[in-house]
Design a protein around this ligand. Structure first.
Ligand code: FES
Ligand code: MG
Length: 578
C-alpha cells in the first residue's frame, strides 16, 4: 500500500530522515527495526502507531496497558503492524496548577510525534479529562487516519448504603464535611470508596463527556465511549479500534474526512443531551478551530435551545456511566436524538452516521437512563451562553446543574483577585458576604493561569454552616465537569487582558439573567472608564511554557488554543495567524 503521505509501501518508509541518501535512510530505519525483531514481511504491512498515555500519575489510565494489548491484537488480526509509543499524559487530579495549562502542550507533542514517526494510522488512547481533547486536536492537525479510544469509566461503589462515584460525590461529601455533617473518621472512610477501580470519573464529567463527544464526532468506534475500564467491553473496544486503524490506513480515511459541520453539530447535540461538561465547549471550539470550520459560542446556544436533557447521569442527574452503558450508550442515545442529527456525517467505520444508526434498536423500556425526546429528564439549554457588559465575548453557565431560583439573581459583588485569594479569604469569619452576594473570581483565565477549574469555589464556611449550599459565582476560570452550582464561567475577555471582569469592585451590583442570556455589571460606563484608566495588567510569566502560554493562548471562545496552532480560517472565529 501507499502511506498517506505517499512515499512508500508502509508507514515505515514514509517521511524518511534526510541524510541526503534515501536508500541509506530506508536501510538504516529497517536495520534498527530489525533489532526489535521485525523483518521485511512485518514492515511491509500498514503501520499503526498506538499513542499510549499510561502513567503512574494518571490513575484513571491504570488499566491502559491491557487496553494497549487489545489494540495491538486488533491491528495484528487485521494484518497491520502495531507500534506503541508513549506520549505525555495529563493526570487531572495530580497536575498543578491545572491540567488545562498543558492541554495544548500535549496536543502539540502528540501531533508532532504522529507526524514525525512513520505510521499509516494512529490509535490514540486517552481518557482522563484533557488527554482526549489534546489527542483529537493533534489528530485533526496531523490529519493521518486516526481512531480515538478512551480508557473507560470506573465502576461505582457505595458507602453506608449510598452509591458513590468520582467526582460529583467527592464534592458533595466534602461539602457535607465542611458543613460539619461528616466527621474526620467518616470522611476518611468515604475517601477509600470514591474511586475504586481503574478508569475515568464515572459521572458525566469532562472525561465521560469528551468520550461521548469523540464517538459522536465519528472518531471513536460506535458504542465504545461508555464501556467501563474494568470490563471485557472495554478490551473489545480496543481490538475493534486496532482493526479499524488498519482499515482506515488502507482507505486513507483521515480526520479531515470525518470532522465536518455535520459531525460538529451532532457532537454539540449529544453534549446538550448528556448535560455534559462546560469544558467540552472549550475543547470542541478548539477542535473545530483546528479544522478551519466555523463553530461559535452562538452555535452552542442555538443547538442547546432545541435539545433537552435526556441522560440521567450526575451531576445533572442521578446515575453513573455504567448505567448509560447498560442502557446502550451513545448509539442508543443518538438513535433517540436521530430527528435532531445530521445522518450524513461520516464515521471511522467508513460509512455515515445513518449507517451506524440503521442497526441500532431504540432505547429499551426497562431502562431509565436514556429518556425519550418527548419525556426528557430536563428542559433544553443544559448549557447556556451569556453575554453583557461583564462578558462582551461571552460566558457559559451549566443550567442543568444550577439552582433554578438563582439563575435570575441580582446581588453585590465580593471580589477575589485569584484562586489563591479565594483559598486565603473564603472562610474568613469577617468576610463581608451574605447568601445574596455574587462571588467574583478573576485572574484565572487562559492567559493569567492556564484556566484552572477554580470557578466552582466553595461557599464561605460561615454560610455553608447555616445551610447555604449554592451561591452565584462568576469567573474567567473553568469548573470541573463533575461540579454543580450556579456558576458562571469562561468570562471573556478574561481579566488579565483587561476584560471588564478586571474592573469589578466589592459591592458593585451584578445581575445574572440566564433566561435572557445576560450577565450585567450595573455600574455606569463612565465609572468603568475611569477604573480602566487606572488598571494595570498582572505581571507576565518570565520563562518557559508558561511564558509561551501567556503569549499565544487564545480566549475561551476560541477554545483557548494557541494562535500558532490554528489554520487560517474564514469567518468570525479566532484570529488567523498563518
Ligand atoms: Fe481522571 Fe476524573 S480524574 S477522569
Ligand atoms: Mg475534571
Amino acid at each position: 500500500m501507499t502511506g498517506p503521505n505517499g512515499a512508500g509501501p508502509s508507514g515505515v518508509d514514509r517521511g524518511l530522515t534526510s541524510y541526503g541518501d534515501e536508500g541509506f535512510s530506508r536501510f538504516l530505519r529497517r536495520a534498527f527495526l530489525a533489532s526489535s525483531g521485525f523483518d521485511a514481511d512485518d514492515l511491509d504491512r500498514p503501520v499503526v502507531g498506538i499513542a499510549d498515555t499510561s502513567s503512574d500519575y494518571t490513575t484513571c489510565h491504570r488499566e491502559m496497558p491491557q487496553l494497549v494489548e487489545s489494540v495491538k491484537r486488533g491491528v495484528l488480526e487485521a494484518g497491520g503492524l502495531p507500534l506503541v509509543f508513549p506520549t505525555m499524559s495529563l493526570p487531572e487530579i495530580l497536575l498543578s496548577p491545572t491540567s488545562m495549562l498543558f492541554r495544548n502542550l500535549m496536543a502539540m507533542e502528540t501531533e508532532e510525534l504522529v507526524r514525525a514517526q512513520p505510521m499509516d494510522a494512529v490509535v490514540l488512547l486517552g481518557g482522563c479529562d484533557k488527554t482526549v481533547p489534546a489527542q483529537l486536536m493533534a489528530a485533526v492537525s496531523a490529519d493521518i487516519p486516526a481512531v480515538q479510544v478512551v480508557a473507560g469509566p470506573m465502576l461505582t461503589s457505595s458507602w453506608q448504603g449510598q452509591r458513590l462515584g468520582a467526582c460529583t460525590d467527592c464534592r458533595g461529601m466534602w461539602a457535607r464535611h465542611r458543613a460539619g455533617e461528616l466527621d474526620e473518621a467518616q470522611i476518611a472512610d468515604v475517601r477509600s470508596t470514591l474511586a475504586t477501580t481503574g478508569g475515568t470519573c464515572m459521572v458525566m464529567g469532562t472525561a465521560s463527556t469528551m468520550a461521548c463527544v469523540a464517538e459522536a464526532l465519528g472518531l471513536s468506534p460506535a458504542g465504545t465511549a461508555t464501556a467501563p475500564a474494568a470490563t471485557g467491553d472495554r478490551l473489545r473496544a480496543g481490538s475493534a479500534a486496532g482493526r479499524l486503524g488498519v482499515a482506515a490506513a488502507k482507505a486513507d480515511l483521515r480526520p479531515s474526512a470525518l470532522i465536518s459541520e455535520a459531525s460538529l453539530r451532532n457532537a454539540v447535540t449529544v453534549l446538550m443531551a448528556i448535560g455534559g461538561s462546560t469544558n467540552a465547549i472549550i475543547h470542541l471550539l478548539a477542535i473545530a478551530g483546528r479544522t478551519g470550520l466555523e463553530l461559535t459560542l452562538d452555535d452552542f446556544d442555538a443547538i442547546a435551545r432545541r435539545v433537552p436533557l435526556l441522560v440521567d447521569c450526575k451531576p445533572s442527574g442521578s446515575g453513573y456511566l455504567e448505567d448509560l452503558h447498560r442502557a446502550g450508550g451513545v448509539p442508543v442515545l443518538m438513535k433517540t436524538l436521530e430527528p435532531l442529527l445530521d445522518l450524513s456525517a461520516r464515521t471511522i467505520e467508513g460509512g455515515t452516521l445513518g449507517d451506524r444508526l440503521a442497526g441500532v434498536e431504540p432505547a429499551p423500556s426497562w431502562q431509565t437512563t436514556i429518556r425519550p425526546l418527548d419525556e426528557p429528564l430536563g428542559p433544553p439549554r443544559a448549557l447556556a451562553v451569556l453575554r453583557g457588559n461583564l462578558a462582551p465575548d461571552g460566558a457559559v453557565i451549566k443550567l442543568s446543574a444550577a439552582t433554578s431560583e438563582l439563575t435570575v439573581h441580582e446581588g453585590p459583588a465580593v471580589v477575589f483577585e485569584s484562586p489563591e485569594d479565594v483559598t486565603r479569604r473564603i472562610d474568613d469569619p469577617d468576610l463581608d458576604v451574605t447568601p445574596d452576594s455574587v462571588l467574583v473570581l478573576r485572574n484565572a483565565g487562559p492567559v493569567a493561569a492556564g484556566m484552572p477549574e477554580a470557578g466552582s469555589f466553595p461557599i464561605p464556611k460561615k454560610l455553608a454552616q447555616q445551610g447555604v449550599r449554592d451561591m452565584v459565582r462568576v469567573s474567567d476560570a473553568r469548573m470541573s465537569g463533575t461540579s454543580y452550582g450556579t456558576v458562571v464561567l469562561h468570562v471573556a475577555p478574561e481579566a488579565a487582558i483587561g476584560g471588564p471582569l478586571a474592573l469589578v469592585e466589592d459591592g458593585d451590583v451584578i445581575r445574572l439573567d440566564a433566561a435572557a442570556g445576560e450577565l450585567t455589571l450595573l455600574v455606569p460606563d463612565d465609572v468603568l472608564q475611569r477604573r480602566r484608566e487606572r488598571w494595570t495588567p498582572p505581571p507576565a510569566p518570565a520563562r518557559g511554557w508558561r511564558r509561551l502560554n501567556a503569549e499565544h493562548v487564545l480566549q475561551a471562545p476560541q477554545g483557548a488554543d494557541f494562535d500558532t496552532l490554528r489554520p487560517a480560517i474564514q469567518g468570525s472565529v479566532g484570529a488567523p495567524t498563518e
